[in-house]
Design a protein around this ligand. Sequence first.
Ligand code: G1P
Length: 303
Amino acid sequence: MIKKAVIPAAGLGTRFLPVTKAQPKEMLPIIDTPTIQYVVQECVDSGIEDILIISGKGKRSIEDHFDKNYELESRLLEKEDEALYTHLRHIESMANIHFIRQKELNGLGDAIYHARFHCEHEPFAVLLGDTIIDSVIPVTQQLIDLYEQYGQTVVAVETVPRENVSRYGIVGGKNLSSKVMQVNKLVEKPGPEKAPSNLAIAGRYILTPGIFRILEKTPRGKGNEIQLTDALQILLKEEGIFAALIEGKRYDIGNKMDFLKTTVEFALKRKEFAGEFEDFLRETVKKIDKAKSQSDEKPESAF
Ligand code: G1P
């Protein structure tokens, strides 16, 4: 049984500056819902209601988001906006959320190490706070199912183009089925020549508590940070690790292009926007095509 989840959310969000200068990247909204709320919802949909968020400097709005806001709620009641009122009540009660601050940014491994007293003796899920995965069965639930089968650490992976392997933790190993691999190597952000495969760690894990003993001593790695991937490579000598190919679509919200695509795709799924927004997109595509054909037709400059 996996009862606890850890959501690391202390990173600076430098890839999304300037908006992340005074606002956590995990609070960037996909339409009207902060990214981290989707992540918390994935925990809840996977049967986990005890969540530890690793926060840090400038991240207080995450706490406020999951807290009660009496003034707002009474205002909504006065206006008889029952739907919105119920929605706000849902957010504050969706899970039992705890916070701990990572005072110095020493990497993902160090962030997870902050969960040692909360998850000391039991396996737990890890969900990166800036990553949404859209799927029929929540990816965390997919990993829990595998953990229940193998009783060992499980990491979610997805295939990425070879030229992008240096952006991710990459795993190699032996295929047990078309979806599951017994891992024998993990490398954080390798160059294409050193990558054991093109299977990238996708921001979801089930970790056994043995990871804490290892994280305590894991030396700094890529980017001079304590890397969870390096700790997992050490864990491999003591325990098995499995990789599961995710069934779902991953959106890295800390990346501007992914953020744009997520917003469009999620808007198309919302009934209240679908018709008008689809028309807008069709018109926009027409304008793009027209502008392109006009520029293609332009006679070549005489100079
Ligand atoms: C982290 C992990 C990496 C993983 C990635 C997924 O890297 O260290 O192994 O593949 O998340 O998004 P980051 O993107 O925080 O640099």
